[in-house]
Design a protein around this ligand. Structure first.
Ligand code: ATP
Ligand code: ZN
Ligand code: ZN
Length: 796
């Protein structure tokens, strides 16, 4: 038999199948396995993507060397998916195959240099150990090692540097019958107290063995040495048993059952039909904030499981709150695996193995969970489907929605996209009946949506001259606190101030590596670049003209927290942004505290805008609605509308009515005006007109080509060359914008130029872009990087 293998080198020349003969001893190798193969002078890791009995290849095929895992990590479905996806998103198939694995399994293997004879082994460079060639940076040493290899004094061994380790615990089992242990017991010296204690337990509690080491040690108050001794004497047998790390072990969920209302029932019925009839239909569940979409998902999942199939639910990383996870676990208990970035690598690996082994039926996870190796998939749900975080911004640039669509087609099962503010593209597809639109127009509990009030910052009185709060908003907050109700405040900007400006000479302090201003962080007394992490001291005077007239402008969450403390000294505030949630578990801690009413105010960036369901929150305040409004991207309005509507939706979700204050300098802007009304449908119609007029998605498909180089001229030159190539081949209805320097023209010392291709129908485009991508391989050595992004979420 012959194995078709994709090898682990992401390059044009190797982005194809290589065939290997399967030797007898590896005959059982399956599709989706990781293997080692000889490749020229090297040995490489690869994936088996096909097994055939005949090869077209004329010469003699080399043998497979090794199969890495007991069970192939990838299913046939995922192997096929990797092929379809690679073509679509301009990446190499190997990149996708690796993305499908949990991080610990992606780790590379080590190339170890080991001596072949005694004399070489005694050389000081070895010191009794092999040398990890991947870590050798000194060229002279490398040359020396090559010489050893050439002389046959050393050889290279490939070791799978797999960090993926299953967690094990020790258990002890009995080796003898009880009467045998009684004999031993009686023969022991009187002062062997601990040993006697252990034996007594083995006699009296024999039926409960094997026991874990921890259980024995804590029950009998004995040390490990007593156990080891018993093993040495042959009384006990020590076993190592694999266990899962259980990240959510502390959760004891109880299921809350609610009766679905009419709208929810109507939506569920449509979805159920597709589940039962195995139809690959896509539904767009457009339900206002608090309309009970989650409940619909959970019912649909339940029906899927009743059918004997499995279900996948994707949520944005940030909404993978304990709240959400609890709800799902409460319903489906041990049948659930959770995948999100707050888990350690080991925990993720354990969750992933449960899925791969078919031990769970429901997977809840963020973007990359779309590759979960579930078999017999019967339903995929994508909550908050508008979230841009479903698109991966680095290679491979996949969108979880597209992958989900593919999987649902493959498995003949429905896909449910849910949101209070669907992406324009999904809503447009529903308009054309490509997706089936299901609407929930009311809150689940029949209560009103909160009343929204715009506060025009051009007109109002601020609570103080250097303050960001209007008097009105402050008064409203005070009132809520008096009533023992809670408040959510959003400012989508972290740090203290987002730039330093010199009033004397106009100088703005920028990152030396990026075309971005540095943000002032008061707590760490530093100026930071939020892109590359560059950090420096806060200047006392202007670095340009030495004037002391410097100002820190553009308030961030830290500054607003300070203002609040000054204005309402007894308010208890929790701040949630990237800076306060770096530590593992801190995110959950903050939310738990707020849920327990340990604080009056939850202040945060967009992290707090979505998905949260706190019944006692009756006021939501937006400090500055304009932070994202004027960014140079065609979807800035959509993002602003969506963010404001979502955060407004956090107010008044239970018995008490909610109120929302939005502070803005642009109250007449349509994104803000329509967010005030929380009228998604009207926004959709308005924005579609804007997009139509500007020839933007969803009327056009888009491809963004970026060229990056440390030398600005080179990036520009290459970008113009690509433009000429495109222009000569594409049809006249296609619009090619650029090249222009990107809005942020320099990041990490790389200059970016970009070309935007907008097209309706362009049959040769994919092939042409593949050509451009292949050509880009050749110019990498000159420090030029070309990135192709199919349907970019960001064009700036
Ligand atoms: N049929 C129902 N009757 C009463 N309460 C319900 C019903 N369905 C859901 N709820 C409750 O309504 C609240 C809002 O539901 P949920 O969080 O699912 O809303 P959502 O549609 O996901 O909103 P958002 O888009 O704002 O996250 C929850 O507390 C939920 O328990
Ligand atoms: Zn100055
Ligand atoms: Zn920077």
């Amino acid at each position: 038999m012959i194995a078709q293998v994709i090898v682990d080198i992401a390059a044009k020349q190797t982005d194809r199948i290589f065939e290997y003969h399967i030797p007898d001893e590896l005959e059982g190798v399956e599709l989706g396995s990781r293997v080692f193969v000889p490749f020229g002078p090297r040995k490489l890791q690869g994936f088996v993507v096909g097994i055939v009995d005949h090869s077209e290849y004329q010469g003699k095929l080399k043998d497979l060397l090794l199969v890495v895992d007991e069970q192939p990590p990838l299913t046939q479905e995922l192997v096929e998916l990797s092929k379809a996806l690679a073509n679509k998103i301009f990446t190499y198939r190997i990149s996708i195959l690796k993305t499908m694995l949990p991080a610990v399994m992606r780790a590379n293997y080590r190339k170890l240099l080991t001596p072949t004879d005694e004399i070489t082994a005694k050389l000081p460079i070895f010191q009794g150990e092999a040398i990890d060639l991947n870590k050798v940076t000194d060229e002279k040493m490398n040359a020396y090692y090559r010489k050893l290899l050439k002389n046959g004094q050393a050889k290279v061994e490939y070791v799978v540097g797999n960090q993926a380790k299953a967690k094990t615990i020790n258990t002890y089992s009995l080796t003898e019958k009880t009467d045998e242990y009684e004999k031993i017991y009686n023969s022991l010296r009187q002062n062997a107290v601990k040993q006697k204690q252990l034996l007594m337990d083995m006699i009296e509690d024999a039926s409960n063995y094997p026991k874990t080491q921890e259980a024995i040690e804590s029950a009998l108050q004995i040390t490990t040495s007593v156990l080891s001794n018993a093993v040495k004497k042959g009384w006990l047998k020590k076993n190592s048993v694999e266990v899962y790390r259980d990240p959510e072990a502390d959760i004891i969920p109880k299921a809350k059952r609610v009766q679905l209302n009419d709208e929810q029932t109507g939506a569920l019925n449509e979805i159920s039909q597709a589940i039962n009839e195995h139809l690959a239909r896509t539904f767009l569940l457009e339900g206002v904030t608090g309309s009970g979409k989650t409940e619909v998902y959970l019912h649909a999942i339940e029906q899927t499981l009743n059918q004997g199939r499995t279900a996948l639910m994707l949520v944005p990383e940030i909404s993978l709150t304990p709240q959400m996870v609890n709800q799902v676990k409460a319903r489906f208990g041990q049948n659930v695996a959770v995948l999100h970035s707050a888990l350690s690598k080991g925990e993720k690996y354990d969750e992933w193995r449960k899925i791969r082994r078919g031990e769970v039926k429901v997977v809840v996870g963020a973007r990359s969970a779309v590759f979960a190796p579930l078999k017999n998939l019967g339903l995929v749900v994508i909550d908050e489907e508008h979230e841009s975080s479903y698109k991966q911004e680095s290679d491979p640039r996949y969108h979880a929605r597209d992958v989900a669509l593919w999987r649902c087609q493959y498995n003949d099962c429905p896909l449910v996209l849910g949101s209070a503010t669907p992406s324009l593209s999904s809503r447009a597809r529903a308009q054309k009946n490509v997706y089936k639109l299901l609407r929930l127009t009311k809150r689940a509990n029949k209560k009103q949506l909160p009343a929204v009030k715009l506060i025009d910052l051009k007109q109002i009185q601020f609570a103080g001259s250097q303050f960001d709060f209007s008097v009105e908003l402050i008064e409203a907050i005070k009132e809520r606190i008096q009533k023992r109700e809670q408040v959510i405040l959003m400012l989508n900007r972290r740090g203290f101030a987002n730039f330093m400006l010199c009033r004397e000479c106009g100088y703005v302090m920028k990152c030396p590596n990026c075309d971005l201003s540095l943000t002032m962080h008061k707590d760490t007394a530093s100026m930071q670049c939020h892109y590359c992490g560059f950090t420096t001291k806060i200047p006392q005077a202007c670095p340009n003209c030495q004037s002391r007239q410097i100002r820190f402008l553009g308030s961030g969450t830290q500054k607003v927290q300070e203002e609040l403390t000054e204005l309402i000294p007894d308010a208890k505030i929790l701040r949630m942004d990237v800076d306060t949630t770096r530590k593992k578990g801190s995110y959950k801690r903050i939310l738990d505290k707020f849920a327990a009413h340990d604080a009056d105010i939850l202040l945060g960036t967009q992290m707090i805008a979505k998905g949260l369901d706190f019944p006692n929150v009756t006021l939501v305040g937006v400090i500055n609605a304009d932070t994202g409004l004027w960014v140079p991207d065609y979807n800035a309005s959509e993002r602003t509308f969506e963010l404001l509507t979502q955060v407004a939706g956090r107010a008044g979700r239970a018995e008490k009515l909610g109120e929302v204050y939005i502070q803005t300098y642009n109250p007449e802007h349509y994104a803000i005006r329509l967010a005030e009304k929380q009228d998604y449908e009207q926004f959709y119609r308005y924005e579609m007109n804007v997009r139509h007029a500007g020839n933007y998605p969803p009327y056009y498909y888009t491809i963004l080509i970026s060229v990056a180089s440390a030398k600005e001229q080179n990036a520009a030159k290459e970008a113009f060359r690509i433009r000429r190539k495109l222009q000569s081949s594409l049809s006249s209805t296609t619009i090619i914008l650029g090249p222009t320097p990107s809005a942020i023209s320099r990041l990490k010392n790389q200059y970016y130029y970009q070309i935007l291709v907008k097209y309706k129908k362009e049959t040769g485009l994919i092939a042409l872009l593949h050509e451009i991508q292949d050509a880009a391989q050749e110019i990498k050595k000159y420090g030029l990087n070309v990135y192709i992004d199919n349907e970019p979420e960001r064009i700036m």
